[in-house]
Ligand binder design. Structure first.
Ligand code: MN
Length: 711
C-alpha cells in the first residue's frame, strides 16, 4: 500500500523545493472526505487517490498535479465543494480538480453521441490545462489495475475505451510506459485467451531470452569500447499487446524470441548517436528500408531516436534504438520532460510550441461543430501509425501503415478483394501496390471473372488480405489437382479397359481411398494431381498382379525417404518430389515445383532456362524445409593457372568444408591454364558459397562457376 510519505519521497527526488506541507494537507483533506467509504475491492477508498498521486510522481509531475491526484474524487464522491477546495488549496488546484471531475462523470453504456461529447469536454479541459488529462490518465491507470472487481460487462467497456482513447493519448503525450501498461491491462480483459497464450510463452522463454539479451549487449558493448564510445546498452521484451499486434499484422511467430526484443543504446550527444549507428552497421548487416532517423525528424510527441534493424549473431533480426540521455528522458517521461518547475508557471498547450498535435486538436475543437466529424479527425490523429482512407461513400476505414488498395478492398469485402483489377486514388488510376496515405479516397475497380494473384502476397500488409488470398490459392490449387488427378486416373484406366465412373459407382474407388488413408475420393484425386501417388499406384489396387509394372515401387521408395523431405509445399504434406536434372536445385536456391503427369512434382530453380516452356497452371509454390541431413549434387567449374599443388589445394578446401567429392575431371591447356570440373555434394547454399569464396582466394585460380545441368 502506498503511504503519503512514499509520495513525498518520490517528488523530492526530482523536485527538492516541493511544497511538502501542501501535500500533507491534501492527504488529510482527502482522508476526511473519503472517511468511511470503501472501494468495490473492500479496501478503504483512500487507497485510490494515494495510488493516483503516486503514479503522478512516476510521471515527474509538479505539486499542484500531485495534490489534484489526492483530491480528484473529493468533489464527485463526497460532500466537498469547489469553493472549499479553492479556500484551502487555491484557484489553480480547484480548477484542476474540477476539470478532472467533469470528465470523470462519463456514465458507462452511453450513446456514441454523448461519448463524443465527453471527449470534447476532456479536450476542452486539456486545452485549458494539460495537467487535467495527466491526472485523468493516472486515475484510469489505477482503475485498470483494480478492474477485476467490476462486472465483466464493465470490464470490457472500460478496457475498450482505454485501448481506443487513453492508451493512444498517453502515447501522444509521450508517456510510453503508461501507454504500454494501459494497453496490456486492457488486452487482458478484451482478449483473455490471446493474452494468456502470449504471457505464458514469454514466461517460458525468459531464461533463454535473458541469456540472449546478455550476449548481444556484450557484443555491442565490446564494439563500442573498441571505438572508445561510452554507451549504455540494454535490451527488453516488448509489451504483450504490441507483440499481439505484431503477430496479427506482421505474421510474427511468437516462438521467435528475437522479434519481440528491442535493444537500446544511450549515449551522450547527437554526434555519438550517429557514431554508434555507424559502428552497429559496420559489424552487423543492416536490413534495408528499416532505418528511421527520428532525430532529424522527431515524432509528433517529440520522441527522438535512431531506429535500425540489423542481422544479429544468429542471423536473426534485431531492433536497435539509439538516443541521447536527454532523448531518453523525453521518451520515458513524455510531456513532463518539457516541464518547467518555475513558480507559478503553468504548462500552456496553446502557447507551447512543442506540441503541434495538441494545438491542432484544440483548433479543431473550435472549428468542427459536428461531433461525428470531429471524432473522426480526432481518431485519425490519435493513431498516427495507421492510415485512414475514405470509401467512395465517404466512410472512413483505418488500415495499418503500408496498406495498399488490395488491403482496402479486402477490408471492405472478400469478394471485392478477389475481383479487384485496379484502383483509383483521389480519382487517379494507381498501381495495386500503391501505398495508401491518410486522407486518400479509394475506389476499387472490379471484374467479375478476375481472380486473386499470388503476387499480391508480396505487398499486402493486413492479415485479412493475406489469409483470404492464401485461402483462395489453396482452394484453387486443390480444385486444379482434383481435376488433374481425375484426368490422369481416367486415362490410365482406359488403357486397362476400366472406367472411372463404374469404379465410383461400385464403391471400389471409395475403398481404395480408405486404403490410402484418405477421407474422400476427392482427396485421392488431389493426391494424384499433386503427384503424391502415381495413377498406376492407385490402380495397382484394381489391376491384377501380373499387369503391374514393377518400376513403380522403386521410384516411390527411392524418393519417399530421400531428399524430398526437404521440400515443403504450401498446404500439403508428404509429397513425393524429384529434382530437375536441368538445373540441380540445392537448398537456398529460389525454387518452384512443376507437376509432371504421372511422375509427381519436379523441383526447378526459379530462373531455370526451361521454365518458359512450362504450363503456368501446373506450377506449384514450394519452399525448402531446412535442417535435414541430405546432400545435393553440384558441379563446379574451376579455371586457373596450372601450378603444382593446385588440385590438392582445391580438394583440401572441399574437405575442410565437409563437401564430399563425387567426381573430378581436370585438364590442362597449352597456355598453361587448367580447367577442372568437380561434382560435389552440398547440404546448403551457404556451404557452397563458402567453398566458392575460399577457392577464389587460392593462388592462381581465375574463376569458379557453378554449372547447371548435365555436362
Ligand atoms: Mn478516481
Amino acid at each position: 500500500m502506498i503511504r503519503i510519505n512514499d509520495i513525498v519521497d518520490e517528488i523530492l527526488k526530482y523536485n527538492p523545493q516541493a511544497d511538502v506541507e501542501m501535500l500533507q494537507k491534501a492527504y488529510v483533506f482527502s482522508a476526511q472526505a473519503h472517511k468511511g467509504q470503501t472501494r468495490l475491492s473492500g479496501e478503504p477508498y483512500l487507497i485510490h487517490p494515494l495510488e493516483v498521486a503516486y503514479t503522478l510522481t512516476r510521471m515527474n509531475l509538479d505539486v499542484p498535479s500531485v495534490v489534484s491526484g489526492l483530491l480528484h474524487d473529493t468533489l464527485e464522491d463526497s460532500y466537498v465543494s469547489k469553493e472549499e477546495i479553492e479556500k484551502y488549496f487555491g484557484k489553480e488546484i480547484a480548477e484542476l480538480v474540477d476539470g478532472v471531475t467533469k470528465i470523470g462523470k462519463i456514465p458507462l453504456k452511453t450513446s456514441e453521441e454523448s461519448r463524443v461529447e465527453n471527449f470534447r469536454k476532456m479536450l476542452l479541459a486539456m486545452s485549458k490545462d494539460i495537467r487535467v488529462i495527466l491526472v485523468k490518465l493516472a486515475d484510469r491507470y489505477h482503475n485498470m489495475q483494480t478492474l477485476n472487481f467490476l462486472s465483466s460487462e464493465k470490464q470490457i467497456e472500460i478496457s475498450k475505451e482505454t485501448i481506443e482513447i487513453y492508451a493512444p493519448l498517453a502515447h501522444r503525450l509521450g508517456i510510453e510506459w503508461m501507454k504500454e501498461e494501459l494497453e496490456d491491462t486492457a488486452f487482458k480483459y478484451l482478449k483473455p485467451a490471446e493474452y494468456r497464450m502470449i504471457a505464458d510463452k514469454i514466461a517460458q522463454k525468459k531464461k533463454e531470452r535473458d541469456e540472449y539479451i546478455g550476449e548481444v549487449i556484450g557484443i555491442l558493448k565490446k564494439r563500442f569500447d573498441q571505438f572508445h564510445l561510452n554507451a549504455e546498452v540494454s535490451g527488453r521484451a516488448k509489451g504483450l499487446y504490441s507483440i499481439y499486434r505484431k503477430m496479427t499484422q506482421e505474421a510474427l511467430n511468437i516462438d521467435d524470441i528475437y522479434d519481440i526484443i528491442a535493444f537500446r543504446v544511450v549515449v551522450n550527444n547527437i554526434r555519438e548517436c550517429y557514431e554508434a549507428l555507424g559502428i552497429v552497421h559496420a559489424f552487423f548487416k543492416p536490413i534495408p528500408g528499416k532505418f528511421s532517423d527520428y532525430i532529424a525528424l522527431p515524432k509528433a510527441n517529440m520522441y527522438q531516436s535512431l531506429h535500425t534493424k540489423i542481422i544479429g549473431p544468429y542471423g536473426e533480426k534485431i531492433e536497435v534504438q539509439i538516443r541521447t540521455h536527454e532523448m531518453h528522458k523525453i521518451a520515458e517521461e513524455g510531456i513532463a520532460a518539457h516541464w518547467k518547475y518555475k513558480e507559478g508557471k503553468v504548462f500552456d498547450a496553446k502557447e507551447d510550441k512543442i506540441f503541434a498535435w495538441l494545438r491542432r486538436v484544440i483548433e479543431w475543437q473550435h472549428e468542427l461543430k459536428d461531433n461525428k466529424e470531429f471524432m473522426e479527425i480526432f481518431k485519425i490523429d490519435l493513431f498516427s501509425d495507421e492510415v485512414y482512407v475514405f470509401t467512395p461513400k465517404g466512410d472512413v476505414r483505418d488500415l495499418p501503415k503500408g496498406a495498399t488498395p488490395i488491403d482496402f478492398a479486402y477490408a471492405i469485402h472478400s469478394e471485392l478483394g478477389h475481383r479487384c483489377v485496379g484502383a483509383k486514388v483521389n480519382g487517379k488510376l494507381v498501381p495495386l501496390r500503391y501505398v495508401l496515405k491518410s486522407g486518400d479516397s479509394v475506389e476499387i475497380q472490379t471484374n467479375p471473372t478476375h481472380k486473386p494473384s499470388k503476387d499480391w502476397l508480396n505487398f499486402v500488409v493486413t492479415s485479412k488480405a493475406k489469409t483470404k488470398i492464401r485461402q483462395w490459392i489453396k482452394t484453387e490449387q486443390r480444385e486444379q489437382s482434383i481435376e488433374l488427378g481425375k484426368t490422369l486416373l481416367e486415362k490410365e484406366l482406359t488403357k486397362h479397359d476400366k472406367s472411372l465412373a463404374k469404379l465410383l459407382k461400385s464403391g471400389e474407388l471409395q475403398t481404395i481411398s480408405k486404403e490410402f488413408s484418405f477421407e474422400t475420393v476427392e482427396d485421392l484425386f488431389a493426391s494424384v494431381g499433386y503427384g503424391l501417388y502415381t495413377p498406376l499406384q492407385v490402380l495397382g489396387k484394381v489391376i491384377p498382379e501380373g499387369e503391374k509394372p514393377s518400376k513403380l515401387k522403386t521410384l516411390i521408395s527411392s524418393f519417399k525417404k530421400g531428399r524430398d523431405s526437404a521440400i515443403k509445399v504450401q498446404g500439403i504434406d508428404g509429397l513425393v518430389v524429384r529434382f530437375a536434372k536441368c538445373c540441380n536445385p540445392i537448398p537456398g536456391d529460389k525454387i518452384f515445383g512443376f507437376i509432371t503427369r504421372g511422375r509427381g512434382l519436379t523441383i526447378h530453380v526459379a530462373d531455370c532456362t526451361n521454365v518458359h516452356a512450362y504450363d503456368e497452371q501446373r506450377k506449384v509454390e514450394v519452399s525448402w524445409q531446412l535442417n535435414k541431413d541430405f546432400t545435393y549434387p553440384v558441379r563446379l567449374k574451376i579455371v586457373g593457372n596450372d601450378r603444382k599443388g593446385l588440385l590438392s589445394d582445391i580438394s583440401s578446401i572441399m574437405a575442410s568444408n565437409k563437401a564430399n567429392i563425387i567426381s573430378a575431371q581436370a585438364m590442362t591447356y597449352p597456355d598453361r591454364s587448367a580447367a577442372g570440373m568437380y561434382e560435389i555434394e552440398i547440404g546448403h547454399m551457404s556451404q557452397l558459397q563458402k567453398i566458392i569464396k575460399a577457392i577464389q582466394k587460392i593462388k592462381g585460380v581465375r574463376s569458379v562457376e557453378r554449372v547447371r545441368g548435365t555436362i
